[in-house]
Each structure stands twice: as C-alpha cells, then as structure tokens.
Design a protein around this ligand. Structure first.
Ligand code: MGD
Ligand code: MGD
Ligand code: SF4
Ligand code: MO
Length: 751
C-alpha cells in the first residue's frame, strides 16, 4: 500500500495466446486504476513475464460499458440478438429444466460442451481435455456426462499426424534457440503469436543477437520476418510440401544428407529400409525420384511451378540447410490449418532427419518448439461417463446428422453417436459462430431450433456467438475472481491471480454458477465438498509442491503472484532416443522415426492419406479449377491486436493493427484498388466489406485477413467488420478431421 491508498495486487492475463504474463493491479478505493507488469530482473534464464499490448489494455475489458450485466433470455429469433433481462433464479430454473429434459429425451450424449479458449485457470478453465480439470467438467460429469471433443482448432493436423512419425511429438524448448546457427521458420510468426516477455519471440531475438541466421517461409512478410529474419521466402499457401520435397531432392543429389543417421533411426526413407510386405516404389526416396505412382521427379523446377519460389532460391536454401548441421527447422501452426494440413507436419521432420539435426542442441526434430513445464493441480473433474467424442471442429455436423456419424466421421470412444447434439454449453467461447468455418452456413444450422434445442452462452460481452444464445449468462472477468494459471508455451511459470475488484453488476463466475446448478440438481455437496475457490487452489498448490519441492508455500505464492520454476537446461527433444536407440526406441510401432508410416498405409487411402508425406494439390489451392472464378488464395493469420476475437471490441487495439485485407500491389492495380480503399472480399459462401492494405508484404495471388474480427452482417448478409470465417469452408481434413480455415479462394473487387 503506498501513501495515496493504492494497493498493488498481482494478477495475470489469461487468454489463449500461448503466453502467460504477470500483471500488477493498482487498486484504489476498489477501482483498478492502472496495470503494470513484471519488473523483476530480466535474465536469459528467467525472462520477465512482461505483458504485451493486450495485457496492458485489460482495464478496457474490465470497465467496458458494454459488458453483460445480468442474465438474459432470448426473445427474438435465434441469432437476432434480442434479449430480455431475467433473474438468476429464472436462469437457473431454465437451465436445469432444459438439461433434465434433454437428458431424459436424448441422453447425456446430446449435450455438447463446445470448444472454447477464452479462460485458462485451474478452476475456471474453458478448454477442456480429459487430462485437465476445472469446475465445468466436474459439474457435467456429475450430471452424467456430455459429448466431448478431441483435437483443437489450433493444432488438429499437427497433433494428429506428428505421432505417426515420432510416436510422441516433442520439440526443443525455446531457450535452446540461442544455440542455433540457422533457424528456418515455416508458417511460424512468433513475433505476433508468442508475444509475452517470456515467450519464444524473446529467445529468437537472443538467437539473432548471438549470430543465428534466420529464414522465414511464409506467404506474408510477417512481423517475425520484418523484425528478425535475414531472408523471407514467400510461398503460395498449401504448397510447402513441394518446397520440402525439392530441397530433399537437392540434398540427395548433392549428397548433403546424413545417410548414417537415416539408416540408424528411420523407417521408409529409402527402399533398403522399408517395413516388410510393402511393394517396391513406396519409400520417400522413390517418391522424390519419380519411381512411385505419380512418376514425377521432385526437382526444384517442378517445385517452382507449384510454390512460386524461384528455382535458385530453393537450391540455395537446400544447400544452406544441408551444410549447417544441426539446423533448427521449426514449424508454426499456420501451414497445418489447411486442406491437407497433415502433410507438411510430417514432411519437415524428413529434412530434420536428413540433416541429422535431432537430439542436438541448436537443432531439433522439425516439429514445433517444445517447452518447460510447471506442475500444478486442478479442481478434479473425474471422468466423463459419456465415452464418445468428436473432433472439436465437427459439432455442426453432429447437430445435423450426429446419429449417422461413425468412426469414419472421426467419432472416437464409441462405434458411432447415439443422438444428434441437442444442447450446447458455450463457455468463454466464440466458436458458435465467429471462430468456426463458414459463418453463414453455421448460422443457418443454429437458427433451426428443432435441431439444436437449447444453447447456453456464458461470456463477458455480447459477442456474435452470444447472440445465438437462448440463455445468456454474464461472467466476471478474471480480475473479479481468484485462480491460478500455468499454461504457457515455452517457459515454466505459474501465476496466481488474486481477485482485485469485487464482481461487477450481477456477474457470476463459473464455480458459483455450477455450484448453484449442482445444488438444484441435488448433488451440491458432492460437487463443492464444502470448499471455497481458495480451498481448491490450496489443493492445487499442494499437488504442485508434491512434484516440485521448491514450489513456494501457498501464502507466499499468492502474495508474490508468480513462481518461476528454474529451467536447468534447455529441453532437447528425443535426446535419449538419439544417444541410445537400443534402450530408448521411438514410441512408434517400429521404434523408428516412421517417414513411411505402416499405420497410414493401412488406411488404404493413398491419395488423401499417403504413407509418406506428399504434396497434395488442395481443394481450394493455387491450381484448383475454382481459380477461374475466385483467383486469390485468402489466408487468415493470428494478429497482435487480438487474441482471436477477444479484444476486437477494444478501440485501442485498432491503433496497433487494423482490420484490413492484405493484397499485393499487382493484384490491387489489376482491380483498380488503392491502399486504404474499401473492397469486397467474396466467394460462394459469403462476402465482406473491408479496407485494403496494398502491400508488397504479401505474395502475388494471395490475400490475408487477420482472423478473429467480430462477424457483423448487414441486412444483405454482408459482413461489415471483416471476419474471415465469412468466406472459409467447412470441410474437415481427411485424416485429422481438422479445420482447414486458411484454405480459401476468393475474389476481391472495389466496394
Ligand atoms: N478462420 C480462422 N478461424 C479460426 C482460426 C484461424 O486461424 N482462422 N484460429 C482458430 C484457433 S487456433 C482457435 S484456438 C480458435 C479460438 O476461438 P475461441 O476459443 O472462441 O477464442 P476467442 O475468440 O478468443 O473467444 C473466447 C471467448 O471467450 C470470451 N472471454 C474472454 N474472457 C472471458 C472470461 O473471463 N469469461 C468468459 N466467460 N468469457 C471470456 C471472449 O469474449 C470470447 O467470446 O479460433 C479458431 N478459428
Ligand atoms: N497475438 C496473438 N497470439 C496468438 C493468438 C492470437 O489470436 N493472437 N492465438 C494463439 C493460438 S490459440 C494459436 S493456435 C497460435 C496460432 O499460431 P499459428 O497457427 O502459427 O499462427 P497463424 O498466424 O495462423 O500462422 C502462422 C503463419 O503461417 C503463415 N501461413 C499461412 N498459411 C501458410 C502456408 O500454407 N505456408 C506457410 N509457409 N505459411 C503459411 C501465416 O501467414 C502466418 O504468418 O497463436 C497463438 N498466439
Ligand atoms: S502475451 Fe498473451 S498472456 Fe501475455 S499479456 Fe499478451 S495476451 Fe496476455
Ligand atoms: Mo489456437
């Protein structure tokens, strides 16, 4: 407390940005008057958990006059956004009534907990996986369960296909970047996607200071490329496999590869190392040299035609990688949010293996960065009595035709679904309309009340998804409750966020809501065990202390707000497997790095799910017949001004990054478009009006829109804010059933 009665209370920022940053709330007379951030010494080992622009703007969210203030029920058509105020009593009665009715009529499997990533915390977590806990899954499990999901919108193709190569996906931790001589980033824009002070972008900067060469392969001259790269290689979206194939071809023909490494650790690189029973011509090498079905030799000239990258650049990059051993080849998630997003994920590891870069400092397996972990307990959720789950992306299909869905549609845990989805619980999620593909198509599904009969939304503001609620509940922000958060990509920090102001308006947090619902449903005591939020948090810390004896006492942790677990050394992925392959095989069936995957071979779908990673021409890719009508490839990207859709309603953020479509000068000139002019971006699925950013920072033939803008259709159905999901397609990827939201063809014209 300083002399003018201002208290400084540690808190955090809690959204899904891959970071986790410390905030310090300056509170005077119950009002949060200022936010500052981590000012402890900034060292390589313990970088400050400094907040980015968004964390520092959190007061704008807390005191946003448009916050939801009381429970409401829908009075207009679904999606229209007309609501009446109701009491909490009525809200609770309606929810328990609907839950019981739906359970009785259709069974618990008809209740779907929607993917949503707005809140991270050991009590209030919104993104739920079976190994996590939290109040919401605990409550739903006790009610008899719900239809859950696997996959994420983030990394469906990555997480699903990397294990086919490696068994378990690992990566070197970000603090190892400083040991690298050459870092090649594919579809990885960490300057925007890992922005916190303790994030990967910080280590990339340290690596550059130490002399690492940095190359960025991206259709856009991203912030990472502009701030840190020595070279930018623009590429047509969906074509990275062709680039990688041609580089592998160059390395082989110039003998730049490490044959001993391949012979020792890999399955299926060449015909000499194939699993038994596979006919000749199916190794990766045969594919490169035109000895497999397509008969095409994967030369740099071939790749130039597909990728748009000049032949000489391909050869130069291949030599640079081949001559720098180890090389740090890193993938972001941008290239796997595509039509055949499974393929590049498994292709880059081939180059990593060819250069023998695995298991070494300054190298890596060609996957994503890994990280240091910090132990922490959860509010225990128990297990879900409903065993079936769907890919998180396929819920609209499960509303329309759930009963028909089987393993072929990606249903896991059961042969098929017993019912269509009849109720959606959407907590801290804008997936319902904004973040899922094809807003117009999704709206049509949701508008039909005979399909999904009840939609519950719990958020802090009237988002586009909130407008589709039948019952809309106002949440507190994390400043108005207590929790602990640990999730961060890279560095192992745990952060305690204290309640810094009292709950505003009639807002209620998820623990209070689920406790009250449990009471009314008759299992209140079992649910709460008589514990307050803080009691649960003490148990979470106790679990952490059991695993890490240095974890501070609860009161100290709460007062300090942050615990920085000491990372002794960088994590080096597959270090043991490389050092001692006999005792530490890879966790694949063969124990090898499966460049050729027998498990994929058995899928018997060589065109869309090949056993070795291949270039597959995308359904809305650069050589699709649809380019005649819609000639531009339109990708989205994750931008610094928002975390997805969170912060889109905060005007300050528009000053940091505008909502505009990137278009190259040539494409703009052809269409008579000037920088800053309003343009129409459209295809058969929808249209939006948005400002044009005419810039050489994007590859000709490609357009890019920052994802996450709030879908705002006018009376004609034309989106006026520029939500890229107006034009994205619902089309699950063949293997992972993931979201190909960066694969879209559009036309752009003057508005
Ligand atoms: N076209 C396209 N679509 C995409 C992507 C893309 O690249 N392109 N990216 C995808 C990815 S990777 C992801 S992870 C998803 C993310 O999609 P979502 O998980 O929906 O993420 P957000 O848009 O941030 O929405 C989170 C919601 O939480 C709310 N929220 C924030 N704080 C609180 C709180 O304290 N309490 C409550 N109750 N609510 C809160 C916000 O208002 C917002 O409505 O989007 C996916 N959609
Ligand atoms: N500030 C901020 N940070 C975030 C988020 C956010 O919304 N805002 N979201 C967080 C979440 S949940 C996630 S999942 C991650 C997402 O992280 P990513 O998925 O890695 O982010 P994207 O911006 O979708 O893609 C990264 C880059 O890939 C490029 N790209 C797109 N298609 C291709 C392609 O075909 N080939 C190549 N080579 N490049 C391509 C894009 O131009 C972009 O620069 O970010 C996290 N961090
Ligand atoms: S990097 Fe992420 S957690 Fe950190 S302040 Fe920014 S938005 Fe919040
Ligand atoms: Mo994500």
């Amino acid at each position: 407390m300083d002399q003018d009665n201002t208290k400084i209370i540690p808190t955090s920022c809690i959204h899904n940005c891959g970071g986790r940053c410390l905030l310090k709330a300056h509170v005077k007379e119950g009002i949060l008057i200022q936010l500052t951030t981590d000012d402890s010494p900034d060292t390589d080992q313990f970088p400050q958990a400094r907040a980015c622009l968004k964390g520092r703007a959190q007061r704008q969210r807390l005191y946003d006059p448009d916050r939801l203030k009381y429970p409401m029920k829908r009075v207009g058509e679904r999606g229209e956004g007309r609501f009446n105020r109701i009491s909490w009593d009525e809200a609770f009665d309606t929810i328990t009534g609907q839950m019981q009715r739906i359970k009785q009529m259709y069974g618990n499997e008809a209740i779907h907990l929607l993917y949503g990533t707005g809140v991270y915390g050991q009590i209030s977590q919104s993104w739920i996986t079976p190994d996590m806990g939290g109040a919401l899954p605990r409550f739903l499990h006790m009610f008899g369960g719900y239809l859950g999901y696997y996959n994420t919108y983030s990394s469906a193709c990555f997480s699903y296909s990397a294990p086919y190569t490696y068994g378990v996906a690992e990566g070197n931790s970000p603090d190892d970047l400083v040991n690298a001589k050459l870092i090649v980033l594919f579809a990885e824009n960490m300057a925007e996607t890992r922005m916190g002070g303790a994030g990967a972008a910080y280590y990339l900067k340290l690596a550059k200071d130490k002399g690492a060469k940095i190359v960025v392969v991206d259709p856009r001259y991203s912030d990472t490329a502009s701030a840190l790269a020595d070279e930018w290689i623009p590429i047509r979206p969906t074509t990275d496999n062709a680039l990688i194939d041609a580089m592998a071809y160059v390395m082989l023909t110039e003998t730049l590869h490490d044959q001993t490494f391949l012979d020792t650790y890999c399955l299926g690189f060449d015909e000499e190392h194939m699993p038994p029973g596979i006919p000749a011509g199916h190794s990766y090498r045969s594919y490169l040299f035109g000895l497999s079905d397509d008969k095409i030799v994967k030369t740099p000239e071939w790749a130039e035609r597909i990728t748009g990258i000049p032949r000489d650049s391909i050869v130069r990059l291949a030599r640079q990688i081949g001559r720098t051993k180890p090389a740090c080849l890193l993938q972001g998630l941008g290239w796997q949010r595509h039509a055949y997003g499974e393929q590049p994920v498994r292709a880059l590891p081939v180059l990593a293996a060819m250069t023998g870069s695995l298991g070494k400092k300054g190298g890596g397996p060609g996957l994503r960065l890994g990280g240091h972990k910090v132990p922490m307990g959860w509010v225990p959720a128990g297990t879900n009595p409903v065993k079936a789950s769907i890919s998180c992306y396929m819920w609209p299909e499960a509303i329309l035709r759930g009963k028909e869905m089987t393993a072929a549609d990606g249903v896991q845990g059961a042969a098929g679904l017993a019912t269509d989805i009849k109720m959606i619980w959407s907590y801290a999620s804008n997936i319902l309309i904004n973040q899922h593909s094809d807003c117009n198509g999704t709206a049509r599904i949701l508008q039909d009340e005979s399909k999904c009969e009840f939609i519950l939304v719990h958020d802090v503001v009237m988002t586009p998804s909130a407008k589709f609620a039948d019952i809309l509940l106002p949440d507190v922000t994390h400043f108005e409750r207590e929790d602990i958060t640990t999730y961060s990509s890279g560095i192992g920090y745990a952060i305690y966020h204290q309640k810094v102001v009292e709950p505003m308006y009639e807002c209620k947090d998820i623990y209070t809501i689920t406790s009250e619902l449990a009471n009314r449903l008759g299992f209140g005591n079992q649910f709460t065990e008589g514990k307050t939020e803080q009691d649960w948090l003490r148990e979470c810390v106790k679990a952490a202390q059991d695993k890490d004896p240095r974890f501070p006492a609860f009161e100290d942790f709460r007062r300090q707000g942050i615990y920085k677990a000491a990372p002794p050394e960088p994590v080096i992925a597959y270090e043991q497997q490389i050092a001692d392959p006999v005792h530490h095989p890879f966790q694949t069936p063969s124990g090898k790095i499966e460049i050729f995957s027998p498990r994929l071979w058995e899928k018997n779908n060589a065109r869309e799910v090949p056993a070795v990673p291949k270039y597959i021409s995308a359904w809305e890719g650069p050589d699709s017949p649809l380019t005649a009508k819609y000639p531009l490839q339109c990708i989205g990207y994750h931008c610094k001004q928002r975390v997805h859709s969170t912060f889109d309603n905060i005007p300050w953020m528009e000053e940091a990054g505008k909502q505009e479509v990137w278009i190259s000068p040539g494409d703009a000139e052809e269409r008579g478009i000037m920088n800053g002019e309003q343009v129409k971006v459209f295809n058969d699925r929808g249209a939006m009006i948005i400002a044009a950013k005419v810039t050489p920072r994007i590859m000709p033939g490609v357009a890019a829109i920052p994802q996450g803008a709030w879908w705002s259709p006018d009376s004609q159905g034309i989106d006026r804010r520029g939500n890229i999901n107006t034009i994205t397609k619902y089309h699950p990827t063949p293997l992972a059933k993931g979201n190909p939201q960066h694969t879209n063809l559009v036309q752009i014209e003057k508005a």
